[in-house]
Write a protein that binds this ligand. Sequence first.
Ligand code: SF4
Length: 273
Amino acid sequence: MELIESRSIFSPATGFIRRGGFEWTCNPYIGCTFGCTYCYAAFLPQNRRPPDEWGKWITAKKNAAALAEKQAPRVAGEPVYMSSVTDPYQPIERGLMLTRGILEALLPHQPRLTIQTRGPLVARDIDVLRDFRSLRVNMSIPTDSERVRQQFEPKAPPLDRRWDALAQLKDAGIAVGVCVTPTLPIANVDTFARRIADFKPDVVVCQDFHDAGGRFGADTGAEARALLAETGWGPADYRRFVNRLRLSTTVFEGETGFFPPPAVPAGVEGSRR
Ligand code: SF4
């Protein structure tokens, strides 16, 4: 692990995040030790390392919390996406607490915050998260199958731990999203759709995961493409899943699902749904 002094902790949003309505992104880390086989971030120029090393390195912005203290007034009341090129709740965050420090610095300035993660560690910060007036925590749960999860994202946390964290957040009154993104092969479409709908998340997002021949987009890594080919899962299966899910809940697809939580007027308590 490398520790660096960064110059800035909030960056102007670009790409689909900008198109979704976010003004800022916030990345406490560069690189990601979850190392998902399909991760688009592995191909971004700021990573400056070969994509086949993705998941094997991590750089932490050791001054992240101090920077956030200084720079948080800039993003007051504005839509912030955390994180766009890493996961803010990966294992190293347990000890470093950079994400937590940023949250504490942001709290007095009440941005409209979206946290995007696969990390159950997010539940650690419920005591801070619950005091944001406009916040949604999106948990990526791309399949119902631990076997598939281990194939495509072997270093990311087990699915049940993600569901447990989501339940804790929801019980604390925090708005949550379930992101079936990218939608990996699903073992039981009907049961998984029912589980998601019964959970009643505030937002549900799906995104087709298909072999686009290596073009940047829904699939990126050769390894992920090879794995997908082995499973036989294809666009028709994805459509069947989304159609089934739509019988029970609203579903956003692709980048249309990544938008900030609604603004909440001052004086309204907490980030409650
Ligand atoms: S958790 Fe997110 S940022 Fe990290 S490797 Fe997986 S998709 Fe990429």
